[in-house]
Write a protein that binds this ligand. Sequence first.
Ligand code: ASP
Length: 327
Amino acid sequence: MRLFLLLLGALLMSSPANAQVRPKWTLVIHGGAGIIERDRVTPEQETGVRAGLQAALDAGTKVLEAGGSAVDAVEAAVKILEDDPHFNAGRGAVFTWDGKNELDSAIMDGRTRAAGAVAGSTTTRHPVSLARAVMEAGPHVMLSGAGADQFAREHGLEQVDNSFFGTPERRRQLEVLKSQQSNWFDVDLKYGTVGAVAMDMHGNVAAATSTGGLTGKRWGRIGDSPIIGAGTYADNRACAISATGAGEFFIREGVAHEICARIRFKGETAKQAADTVMAETKALGGSGGVIVVSPTGEMAWSFNTPGMYRAKASAGGERVIAFYGED
Ligand code: ASP
């Protein structure tokens, strides 16, 4: 009898149905989309970006493997990318027209759909942690400007001088943009925003996004990244999303919520929903990309630009780091 049960157990473990069981955890991150093509990315950039994505995957993986929450994992991964000057978030963020850095970020917990966001923060070292403090410690969802940094100080978050975020390369990009009198989009159309989405061992999903916005932005311009439902969204009933691209179009399309809604109401896979919504965004004129995880263990990305800095890992799964469209 015991032998029979053992054999039955072994048979069930190897059945095709079992192969569909969701992984214990998943993690997908991005470092921006845009005109990322082999002949435009220098070897230094390639090595630096790869190392940054690797370190962010490591940080998120450590949390998830230890049984930590998806929210902790996406915050940990994004904090690494905020400190890395290769990306347009935290240190290395693009400059505003006035030569300052104004940072936007959001985080969302798919368990409860609790969310926190911050726009135009200038002195808080980790905008994603400020977004998390907004989510957890206050009654509000979105804070902006000096008030957001004051909230950060009151909650003990590290403060830095605004010059901490600037780099010579970002200064150069601002100068190029100003000299070209093309004050609308990033000089080299490499958006560089960072984001992470994860599913933890309990099947909960979360999303986080952090950015400096667009080079040469003015008038207090805010993009999609900190707007819940546009650049960031998480809902345990559907998916978690982080976006990068021409924010104005992502706001108009409501990209992140739209993808989750298609999964929830139309039963589309994460990939189908993401591809459809990115095609619709392109039809409006918007370029960029998204990363997606679902509570059933799907991991997907979709972009309508030549490339997107992106990476993924999962329990027992292969680790992938990719840059170009054909990767
Ligand atoms: N989506 C960001 C914004 O519009 C830019 C980016 O993805 O780099 O602010």
